[in-house]
Design a binder for this molecule. Sequence first.
Ligand SMILES: [Zn+2]
Length: 266
Amino acid sequence: MRQFSENTEFTSPIIDFHVHPFESSTYNLNMYPGTYDLDVNEMKRQLAEAGITHICGSVLSREPLQGGFCGLRELNREALRLREELGDFYTPGFHVHPAYVRESCEEIAFMHGRGVRLMGELVPYMHGWGSFSDKSWDQILDTAEQYGMVCSYHTPFDYDCKKMIDRHPGMTFVAAHPGDRQRVAEHIELLQSCPNLCLDLSGTGLHRFGMLKRLVGQVGADRLLFGTDYPICNPRMYVQAVYGEELRPVDREMIFHGNAERILGV
Ligand SMILES: [Zn+2]
């Protein structure tokens, strides 16, 4: 029988652009609580065994958001704390919120001062907002653009992101999750009309064979970033899914690490 191992030999650095790192069970978003109660070193081992050499992303909590912006700030501080433990392995991302414009802008400046350039993944449905068309986003995104932030977002309910992306041509936006076929078509349309938009491959989508090849053909590999949404999703499955699509090696390298290196300077 043919050995699978030839494909599991990891030769390329793999940057997982979409992780929600954790140390305690409060921040561990695995959908089957108790199956993987890992500490931070075990978490790193699990990702490294999947072939992942670097992770990026925000901390999320299992508990509903409490204390308004204070609750978000706590998640952001936890991300900084995890960076101290994980060192070069982790690029933290942080939260902002349209109901807290002043606090969000202060947080952007604070994070910038600590060398953080990634805002997000912003997760509207978890934090009680639903749209980027909300006027208060303008000021937050203006500030983020001035500070050279990259904005990673979970697509809001209304999918109305074009205006805010167009208004901030100097900022790179990264939409999360290709989704099902209809959503992939919407992403392609938006990617084709917004040169400062990229898509990360986490969550739903990669399991549909041909989806990634279609995306590469329609928008180019330079707009796609590898991501998993670990610990919600199994990271090894995503690594193998990218290896499983017949792509030019140069495109695969861009997806696995080249684009994240370029966008985030990691
Ligand atoms: Zn996520």
